[in-house]
Design a protein around this ligand. Structure first.
Ligand code: ADP
Length: 484
């Protein structure tokens, strides 16, 4: 599986690159070879065509009034000086003089002969591949091997009349050899380049795809070893970004995982405590043969208290899960925050009076867009906390608007919160003083629910507190557009 992915990314990249390179190299190689061939061959044929035309021009007068031997000697000498073989043909294409004295009397059926004798071309030429044993057809035979030759023709005129044609045949094997030579060299260079490119591509593609391979391996490890996996990010670019994104995701998942584990541990612990108390109480009664009714009542009272506690925890846990489910569950409507607060204050007044705490409410009309049930929860929780954690003094509740924000504030003169605890206050199940909180029926979930609800309303919550002096909780929420 690992090799499959490694193979596919790397192989695909290298494959495409190699394909492009090979095509480009082949194209360039072919072009260079063609150009060179054209240039060398055309240069040679042009010069020799001109030489043949000149020979034809010069041979005309020679033919007139010279003996056959003299003409033969002349032709032979010219053939020698031109480095080829010269034949003189009559108007029918029949060989009259041959510098090699081989084909006298033969009729030469070549196209280039017809070109000048019949079609009236000034010069013509054609390539012939002459085999060594090909004594019959070829005009030129070299001793050592088969060669490429060119037959040039030009018409012979005497006093303006065509009398025949001259055929000059010369080897072009040297040009063919040098072309082959260059082609061989080009092929060699091509092969060396290909091997180098293959090796380089292999190494480079490995280097390029390594981050992807690492990332894939990390993702796979994440599947088996959990979320503690990180990849090494080096350099920049998209792949490094991908690596960073992966690490961030991994961190968040790990964080999430840790918070969930903690939550489960805390929740189980919180649920276990009242259960253990209840078990202890019921066993005490169970093992007494003749329990005192007054004592039994007291025990049941305690059991009842623990059941209340359990049910409170379960209710709050459910609420927390509900808030976790997110914003889609909210029904946002215009809400007079001051009126809601007033209702809550009224409801909690008796609790304040019981504790001899002065509960005051300073309310300015402010309208926000909110889910009423949930906002009520926030207000109740914060005012209740103020009353719960204040032994004497006052709890002041204020609602007002400031800088386009609705402010809800509860200030108490209670026990206060130590500075080091402020950062943990909104964590689930966090309590500064467990014993006190439990005594007042606290679960440690209230503030985390409050914070969640406030966040769902695009607001935020702040705490300021001095140990032994009191605390101030301030909630800021966006005001409903222009409506105050
Ligand atoms: P609880 O159900 O225990 O009140 P909360 O989440 O509402 O849980 O509060 C968490 C903790 O924060 C409390 O246990 C308490 O220690 C501290 N706390 C909250 N409000 C106040 C306050 N007004 N004054 C002092 N401490 C507070």
């Amino acid at each position: 599986m690992r090799n499959k992915l490694f193979g596919s990314v790397r192989a695909r990249m290298s494959g495409i690159y190699l394909l492009i390179t090979v095509c480009a190299l082949l194209f360039i190689g072919q072009m260079v070879s063609n150009l060179m061939e054209d240039f060398l061959v055309s240069q040679r044929t042009q010069t020799q065509s001109q030489e043949t035309a000149r020979l034809a021009l010069e041979i005309g007068p020679e033919l007139m009034g010279n003996s056959a031997e003299n003409i033969y000697a002349y032709v032979q000498e010219r053939a020698y000086s031109m480095g080829g073989r010269v034949l003189v043909l009559d108007m029918d294409g029949v060989v009259q003089v041959d510098s090699a004295s081989q084909h006298n009397g033969y009729r030469l059926p070549y196209r280039e002969v017809r070109d000048v004798l019949i079609d009236g071309a000034e010069t013509s030429y054609a390539f012939h591949y002459v085999q060594r044993e090909d004594e019959s057809g070829g005009l030129l035979t070299w001793n050592e091997r088969s060669i490429w030759t060119v037959y040039y023709t030009a018409p012979i005129t005497v006093d303006g009349t065509y009398v025949g044609a001259v055929l000059y045949c010369a080897s072009i094997q040297d040009v063919v050899d040098s072309i082959n030579d260059v082609n061989r060299q080009t092929t060699m260079i091509f092969l060396i380049m290909m091997i180098t490119i293959v090796i380089l591509t292999f190494l480079l593609s490995g280097w390029l795809t390594k981050p992807i391979v690492d990332l894939t391996a990390a993702i796979r490890r994440m599947g088996t070893q959990g979320y503690g996996v990180r990849v090494k990010v080096s350099g920049g670019g998209e792949i490094a970004e991908l690596g960073k994104a992966f690490n961030r995701m991994s961190e968040r998942i790990e964080d999430h995982d840790r918070v969930r584990d903690e939550f489960i541990a805390n929740a189980s612990h919180e649920l276990k405590t009242p259960l253990a108390t209840m078990k202890l109480l019921s066993e005490t009664i169970l093992y007494q043969d003749d329990p005192d009714p007054a004592m039994m009542k007291e025990f049941f009272n305690d059991v009842n208290h623990e059941i209340d506690r359990l049910s409170r925890i379960v209710t709050e846990l459910l609420r927390l899960v509900q808030e976790d489910a997110g914003a889609q569950a909210l029904t946002m409507e215009p809400l007079r925050l001051d009126m809601l607060t007033e209702r809550v204050c009224k409801r909690l007044r008796s609790l304040a009076e019981d504790k001899h705490i002065a509960l005051s409410c300073e309310l300015q009309p402010v309208t926000i867009l909110a889910d009423e049930m949930r906002m009520e929860q926030v207000v109740i929780n914060l005012v209740e906390n103020g009353l719960k954690y204040t032994d004497a003094g006052s709890v002041k509740v204020r609602v007002y608007s400031e800088n386009d924000e609705a402010v809800f504030q509860v200030t108490d003169t209670g026990i206060g919160i130590p500075e080091e605890a402020l950062g943990h206050l909104f964590e689930r199940f966090y309590r500064v003083d467990k014993a006190r909180s439990r005594g007042t029926g606290g679960t440690g979930l209230g503030l985390s629910i409050v914070e969640k609800i406030v966040a769902l309303h695009n607001g935020y919550i702040q705490v300021a507190s001095k140990l032994g002096k009191g605390s101030t909780f301030t909630v800021r929420l966006p005001i409903k557009g222009g409506d105050q």
